[in-house]
Structure formats: structure tokens, C-alpha cells
Design a protein around this ligand. Structure first.
Ligand code: CO
Length: 131
């Protein structure tokens, strides 16, 4: 596996993008809205992975709830695998809990999440890109 992206929840996306661009020296940013999850995402490309800044688009968004209870900060780390089905089966066999089944993510990816309680407080996304 390799780190595909690190996702950070922010109150104000435009402000956060400016600050991260300045800090990391990044010029280009891509934006994406995932209406099913209620988030707007800014993607900052690094050499071999990405940082995704996320802002809620509505009050019922799980990200809104995250902000209200935990505030801004790290939301999840995404690990890419070539075989998400195989990995999920292997990991479930170790007694580790998942949040939901494998489902479509953005840009033709397949994703699922490992429960943070199973990994010492960090939400881990598994993803695989379309071949
Ligand atoms: Co993610």
C-alpha cells in the first residue's frame, strides 16, 4: 500500500486553500464536490500523493458534525491498494471493523473505511483506482 491522500477538515475552504498553497508552495488546485457525502474538496497535488482539504456543503453533512464535535484537523489517511476486495477480506479476517462496504468514490475509485476504533483513533480509507 502507499499513502494516496491525507484528508483535512476545514471551516472555510477558500481560506484554507490559500494558507496551504502559501505554506507548501503549490500553485494548482483542483476542486470537486461530492454531493452524496456533503463535501467540497480542494485537492493539492504533492510529488507522490495529495492533500485534500474538505468543507461541508450542508448541515446534514457528516463533515459538519465532525467540525462541530472535533473542530478542524486530520480526518482520514487514505491508503491505495491494487486489490481492495482482497485486502478487505484479509483485514476482516483479522477482526478489524469497517465503516460500510466497498463503494464508488470519486473519479472511478473504489473505497471503504476502517473504523478508527480499530486503528487507535485514526480513520483509514482504503482505495483502489480504476485500471
Ligand atoms: Co479520502
Amino acid at each position: 500500500m502507499r499513502i494516496d491522500h491525507v484528508a483535512i477538515v476545514v471551516n472555510n475552504l477558500d481560506e484554507a486553500v490559500r494558507q496551504y498553497q502559501t505554506a507548501l508552495g503549490i500553485k494548482e488546485v483542483e476542486y470537486e464536490t461530492v454531493e452524496t457525502e456533503g463535501v467540497r474538496i480542494a485537492i493539492l497535488h504533492l510529488n507522490n500523493s495529495r492533500i485534500e482539504l474538505m468543507e461541508p456543503t450542508r448541515d446534514s453533512s457528516p463533515i459538519k458534525k465532525f467540525l462541530e464535535t472535533k473542530g478542524e484537523g486530520l480526518h482520514h489517511i487514505a491508503l491505495e491498494t491494487n486489490s481492495i476486495e482482497g485486502e478487505v477480506e484479509r483485514i476482516k479476517g483479522c477482526g478489524i471493523r469497517f465503516l460500510g462496504e466497498i463503494r464508488p468514490g470519486s473519479r472511478g475509485t473504489k473505497i471503504t473505511f476502517i473504523h478508527p476504533k480499530s486503528l487507535h483513533g485514526v480513520l483509514i480509507e482504503l482505495c483502489s483506482h480504476a485500471k
